[in-house]
Design a protein around this ligand. Structure first.
Ligand SMILES: Cc1cc2nc3c(=O)[nH]c(=O)nc-3n(C[C@H](O)[C@H](O)[C@H](O)COP(=O)(O)O)c2cc1C
Length: 436
């Protein structure tokens, strides 16, 4: 039997048009209504998953790329995932729900109050996926700040949010029906915070937590992002590499940062986000991989759209049979992402670059993510045994068709191998994550 790991779901395109552009859109679902998500999270809970993290981008971003963002519903519209959370809690009993919150957008007092409320309403199942993107700053009247400064600000943000959460001392809540005393104001900290980025006064007007504070999740992978995780996060999300050595190296970076801050390795979970393409047989996997070598025009368009979004530049209007002119990218576009698209053949026609990105590989030989449930379970076990991995988040939309493709075969296999929980301990999200 394998070692138990934690499983969750990364709801990767957030609270937006689920399944748009896919055939399963033909099901009569309405992404603006809660039923679709309620159905999905019930399945995740039956599967024994610990949490669902809901991606978000607060705005449609750069005005120059509005059409690119909305044309195929790639980057918007999106509704606020915080307000979806209560519906997901109402549909489940044990699953943790972790909406994305941006430390440069939501004021800390407001966030502390909302999170405290949802932690109580949900029976300790709430978490925050704290992000630092500055692309929406102008929508709240702020100037974008530099990458590392956004992390400094996020550190101050979460530190003051936690101070607010703990502004009621042990014993401040009396709740004595005999004396009629509800709370003791002398044990509540009316602190004044005057920091580099925020100025606010405590205390928080919310009950203290009996079952621990909301879980803090962070996804940034830069050295500054990992330092943030090491000092402050309960869970760090990472994009899954396909080899054990890289998993081990990533884990040590985060755990070393935690140790340097006086924390124990067991205070933190590192979960790898992965999007396997699960098929029903090895023959089918071989066929899917072989077919990806000769992508159709439609597939090339889809790849172009994906990279257009990452590069904030519309590749779908460029001639496919000419090399990609780097001058099409504005200064704001990440040089690393441009290099990732151009790869080792920067002068190849765009069609070739896109075709290269459309290529799939087999899970079985770690050349890609196409494989059977058994092959994916092999990877899960290998990472757990050889790299001490804590677990995975599967990534996709939250349409039940997507979930069933992932889960129908996989859940029984993971259970049989002893790596997926069969029940919950009842300690809320923190309990789920730290029970083992
Ligand atoms: C798995 C994963 C999920 C992320 N989810 C979001 C998100 O929902 N919203 C967002 O604005 N940024 C998201 N990010 C981006 C990070 O918050 C961060 O802005 C970005 O990774 C840049 O930070 P870094 O340079 O430290 O990686 C995500 C990143 C990763 C790897």
């Amino acid at each position: 039997m394998g070692r138990l790991q934690h499983f969750g779901y990364f709801f990767s395109r957030g609270f937006g048009p689920q399944g748009w552009g896919r055939d399963y859109q033909a099901w009569n679902d309405d992404w603006t209504r809660p039923d679709l998500y309620a159905h999905a999270v019930r399945d995740l809970e039956r599967a024994g998953f610990d949490l669902v993290v809901v991606e978000d981008a607060v705005s449609l971003g750069n005005p120059a790329t509005l059409d690119l963002r909305v044309r195929a519903a790639y980057g918007g519209p999106k509704h606020d995932p915080l307000l979806l959370a209560p519906y997901l809690f109402a549909a489940t009993t044990h699953l943790g729900v972790v909406p994305t919150v941006n430390a440069g957008i939501t004021p800390p007092y407001l966030a502390a109050r909302q999170a405290a409320t949802l932690q109580h309403l949900s029976g300790d199942r709430f978490g925050l996926n704290l992000v630092t993107d500055v692309g929406s700053a102008r929508h709240v009247g702020r100037e974008p700040v530099a990458h590392d400064l956004a992390y400094d600000r996020a550190e101050e943000w979460i530190d003051v949010v936690r101070r607010l959460w703990h502004s009621w001392d042990d014993g401040a809540l009396v709740a004595d029906p005999v004396t009629g005393r509800f709370a003791d104001g002398s044990r509540i900290d009316a602190f004044q915070h005057r920091g580099e980025h925020f100025a606010l006064d405590g205390p928080l007007n919310a009950l203290p937590f009996a079952g621990g504070e909301p879980v803090l999740v962070s996804p940034g992978g830069s050295p500054r992002g990992l330092a943030f995780a090491g000092t402050r996060s309960d869970v760090q999300l990472a994009l899954a590499p396909l080899d054990v050595a890289q998993v081990r190296a990533y884990r040590s970076q985060v755990l070393d940062a935690a140790a340097a801050a006086g924390r124990k390795a067991d205070d933190l979970r590192v979960l790898f986000v992965v999007k396997p393409e699960l098929v029903s047989s090895r023959e089918e996997a071989d066929r899917v991989v072989a077919a990806s070598r000769t992508p159709s025009e439609a597939v090339l368009r889809e790849v172009a759209l994906h990279w257009s979004s990452d590069l904030e530049t519309d590749l779908t209007v460029l001639p496919l049979d000419r090399p990609l002119d780097p001058a099409v990218f504005g200064d704001h576009v990440s040089r690393g992402t441009i290099a990732a698209l151009r790869g080792g053949t920067p002068d190849a026609p765009l069609r070739e670059l896109l075709a290269h990105k459309a290529r799939k590989g087999r899970l079985a030989d770690r050349s890609g993510l196409v494989g059977t449930a058994e092959e994916f379970a092999d990877l899960v076990e290998e990472f757990g045994e050889d790299a001490g991995n804590d677990g995975f988040l599967l990534s996709g939309d939250l349409h039940p068709v997507t979930l069933h493709r992932f889960l129908d075969d996989l859940v029984p296999v993971l259970r049989r191998r002893g790596v997926l929980r069969t029940g919950y301990g009842g300690g809320g999200l923190r309990g789920n994550l730290f029970d083992f």
